[in-house]
Design a protein. Structure first.
Length: 553
């Protein structure tokens, strides 16, 4: 083969990513993938240099969640690749498309003990849909196409591709290029299954809709509203599904998934049929909605349901969710009454939020923080609620009106995703304001990515709920054990810490300061960090109150 007929494998790899529509690669370079990093210099793909590979994976995950196109995370071999794994597992358990690419030792030594050799493919296989090593540079077009097709096809998730350093540095025929991109289209549901589901609903007394993360992925919000209005059905969402059915709709019941019997649980207590739309069992244990296993379940999704004793599917409707909902609405010739329980649940949630708006204690009550965040953010703006007590308060109480405008990790419930995730959210939606709401424990797990946001000029706002403890664990220990231990720590000066990265720092000193401070921070043209002391004694007050609730309403 002549030199004129050869091209760099690393540049071939970049061309395959360009063909897939990749806009960003999040990562940290290493010695073993310098050719790939160099090839990106001549590409329209923007390489976002991060400060920890875990941050890169979380950025790729949130980008994939918001766009539906696989986010790409890159790392070197060994420790760099291993650092990607938390975000990769988070993406898979949250049904989010992600492609992780790392270097690997050369083929000339991969078969023996040598420096930095780890069987990365075996490490990634349990947390991905597909993981493989590129055995030759000529295989890159096929393997990259398979990676993106696998990641983005229902049920979406993460994939992993290891590229040995000698494969990356190899020469390939100059006429070798990317494969055409083919998109897998969801099928229409079976008419027979639609008819069976219509028969179940014809005999139902109190059916209820549970909308999950899959309904958001299928962009089924409009069809879901039409379905609920046509049949007169109440709709609850999972934490991950918040916003797919607007919380200000008269049929809305709020979000399901709190650790205690919440208001919305009473809607399921009274139901005899559950219409699960895009629900996936990793979002929460179905025993919470069907404790006796006696409710009839209509499962509407793009793939069959997981097997569970408390999720025995009466009818499974597999296909495009929007078309399935419209077909089922046309097939059911009756209307149900959404009043009664639904109205009471909405009134209780509204009253709790109004109570928060009026609370002026300091440190602030969690309800007050939620109420002020809602007042500061527009309907289209994006909030990422990190794992911990923050997630519990935000997911159950924060009114959400559009899909993917409140993001939580509910598959793996990983801490530390919100700050790097906010960077990706702003890159995916530069026209929206983005807020990372995080506890102080979760914040310091990936706070180094503030430097990435400042350097890359990605304006985000971080709101730290500060209590100097792992608040959710304290809550759980107090509930179950009557006391807590080993959950307290001390924080740095968060204002000085933010300013040391070149961000703006704000400290809230009274309840009345939070809302104006948030509005100012969100209007900044750079990166802002707001810290607010939070009084989590309200945690036990909430669970005690919920424990005293009796139904039916």
């Amino acid at each position: 083969m002549s030199a004129q007929a050869e091209a760099d494998a690393a540049r071939l790899l970049v061309r395959t990513l360009e063909a897939e529509g990749v806009e960003y690669v999040f990562g940290i370079p290493g010695e073993e993938n310098i050719h790939f990093i160099d090839a990106l210099r001549d590409s329209p793909i923007r390489y976002v240099l991060v400060r920890h590979e875990q941050g890169a994976a979380f950025m790729a995950e949130i980008y994939g969640r918001l766009t539906g196109r696989a986010g790409v995370a890159s790392a070197t071999l060994g420790p760099g690749a291993i650092n990607l794994q938390l975000g990769v597992a988070d993406a898979t358990t949250n049904s989010t498309p992600l492609v992780a690419i790392s270097a690997q030792v050369g083929l000339d030594r991969i078969y023996k003990e040598s420096h930095q050799i780890v069987d990365l493919v075996s490490l990634f296989r349990p947390i991905t849909k597909w993981a493989e090593l590129a055995p030759t540079a000529q295989a890159l077009p096929e393997m990259v196409r398979k990676a993106f097709k696998t990641a983005q096809t229902e049920r979406p998730g993460a994939v992993y591709l290891a590229i040995p350093e000698d494969v990356e540095a190899a020469k390939v025929p100059s006429d070798l290029g990317p494969l055409p991109v083919n998109v897998v289209r969801p099928q229409d549901a079976s008419p027979a299954q639609i008819a069976r589901a219509a028969d179940v609903l014809a005999m139902a007394r109190r059916p209820i809709v549970l909308a999950g993360h899959g309904a958001t992925r299928y962009r089924a919000s409009q069809a879901l509203v039409h379905f609920a209005e046509t049949l007169g059905l109440p709709v609850a969402t999972t934490f991950n599904g918040k916003g797919v059915f607007p919380d200000d709709h008269p049929n809305a019941l709020g979000a399901f998934g709190f650790m205690r019997h919440d208001y919305v649980n009473h809607g399921f207590d009274e139901a005899d049929v559950i219409i699960a739309v895009g629900y996936e069992l990793q979002e929460f244990d179905p025993v919470k909605i069907n404790p006796n296993g006696d409710k009839k379940i209509i499962h509407i999704h793009g793939f069959p349901a997981e097997v569970d004793d408390h999720y025995a599917v009466e009818v499974g409707i597999q296909g495009d969710i929007s078309r399935s909902l419209r077909a089922l609405a046309d097939a059911v010739h009756r209307r149900f009454d959404v009043n009664g329980t639904g109205r009471k649940i909405r009134e209780l949630l509204h009253a709790e939020l109004e109570q928060g708006r009026a609370e002026d204690g300091f440190p602030l009550s969690p309800r007050r923080v939620v109420a002020d965040i809602r007042a500061a953010m527009g309907r289209h703006d994006i909030v990422l609620a990190d794992t911990g007590a923050v997630k519990m308060w935000m997911a159950r109480l924060y009114p959400t009106y559009e899909p993917n405008t409140l993001l939580v990790s509910n598959g793996l419930s990983s801490m530390g995703f919100s700050v790097p995730g906010a960077i990706a959210a702003k890159l995916a939606h530069p026209d929206r304001r983005v807020l990372a709401a995080t506890g102080d424990g979760a914040f310091l797990m990936n706070s180094q990515e503030l430097e990435t946001a400042v350097r890359e000029n990605v304006p985000i706002t971080v709101l730290i709920w500060e209590d100097e403890a792992y608040g959710l664990i304290e809550w759980k220990m107090d509930l179950e054990l009557g006391a807590s231990s080993h959950i307290r720590f001390r924080n740095p000066d968060f204002v000085a810490y933010a300013e040391s990265f070149g961000a703006r720092g704000y400290r809230v000193g009274s309840a009345d300061e939070l809302l104006p401070t948030l509005r100012k921070a969100l209007s900044d043209d750079g990166v802002s960090v707001v810290t607010v002391p939070v009084d989590y004694s309200h945690n036990l007050q909430l669970t005690d109150k919920l424990g005293d609730l009796t139904g039916p309403f």
